[in-house]
Ligand binder design. Structure first.
Ligand code: KPL
Length: 298
């Protein structure tokens, strides 16, 4: 059975590890040792616990890494390059990587730098950590997986099938670049505002937050048009408000980071939009103010 390495034991990493481990071997890798017994609370309220093979970046061996079918990189965007560099000397140069980061930046860097196939994944699965030995799968979602240049279709299909069989429905796509921009638009409209005001996603529908979301959407829509990113069906407004409703009770990932005192992904989420705005000479006062609010506070 093929081994999956999962580098980054945050909520998403643990969700993948516990789900995939039901089907095939998994090794979960972090910077520090984790309790091997990890529990998953399902959206239906069941608790499944299991012993995982947990390693640190220092204790991963070349022999074990050599058996892997792929490495899922599930760190935050700002930690991805350093995490991969910490284990790269033990990985096969042709090992496929799957990048699960928010934003759009590190994906291009690693796709250019890594010698093997690089796929990107974007997911709407909701999860949060419950202490050092557990993760709560808060809501079912969908995952899209593909390479930035549209290659490696059969690999994307195989890995999507493995995720689907493990209870995390996934679809291989040829236009992951567009899908990552769509997710970025959603993240930009939700994450900085809920983290700033410490509210759940659904509260964005109410005053005084609704006009703030609308101001973000307006700036994001102009940037996407300038970048020739096709609008989603129904438009940007519809995409954002649909996700706000579907995740109404969620504490978004950036809010979870603020509450836990961790650095936030504001740069990964807002940085590419601000850079694109500058490239096209577009005014982005709302995005810039949100970015400035978090920059320096982390
Ligand atoms: O992906 C998310 C996140 O929390 O980062 C959203 C879509 C905002 C849902 O909470």
């Amino acid at each position: 059975m093929s081994l999956s390495l999962i580098l980054g034991p945050g909520a998403l990493g643990r969700l993948l590890a516990l789900r995939l481990a039901e089907q095939a071997p998994v090794t979960l890798i972090g910077r520090r040792p984790l309790p091997p017994r990890q529990a998953l609370t399902t959206p239906e309220g069941e608790t499944l616990d299991r012993e995982l093979d947990c390693r640190t970046t220092a204790t991963l061996t070349r022999a074990l890494a050599g058996e892997a079918e792929c490495l899922h990189l599930t760190t935050k965007a700002y930690a991805a390059e350093a995490a991969l560099a910490a284990v790269a000397d033990r990985l096969r140069p042709d090992l496929p990587l799957v990048l699960w980061q928010n934003g759009f930046g590190v994906q291009q860097v690693l796709a250019e730098r890594w010698t093997g196939p690089v796929l990107c994944a974007t997911t709407t699965e909701g999860a949060f950590l419950a202490g050092d030995d557990g993760v709560v799968h808060a809501g079912h979602g969908r995952t899209l997986i593909g390479a930035l240049d549209g290659r490696h279709g059969s690999l994307a299909e195989r890995l999507a099938d493995r995720l689907t069989a493990a209870g995390l429905p996934a679809t291989p796509v040829e236009d992951i670049r567009v899908r990552l921009w769509h997710k970025l638009a959603v993240n930009a409209a939700i994450n900085p505002l809920v983290a700033r005001f410490r509210i759940r996603n659904g509260q964005l529908r109410d005053r005084p937050f609704r006009p703030m979301v609308e101001a973000v959407i307006e700036e994001v829509a102009a940037i996407m048009a300038a970048e020739h990113i096709p609008a989603p069906e129904g438009g940007w407004d519809c995409l954002v408000w649909t996700v706000v409703s579907a995740t109404g009770n969620n504490r978004a990932s950036m809010l979870q980071d603020v509450l836990a005192g961790r650095p936030t992904e504001h740069a990964a989420i807002l940085g590419p939009l601000l850079a694109a705005g500058r490239r096209h000479g577009l005014a982005t006062p709302t995005l810039a103010a949100l970015h400035a609010r978090f920059d320096g506070s982390t």
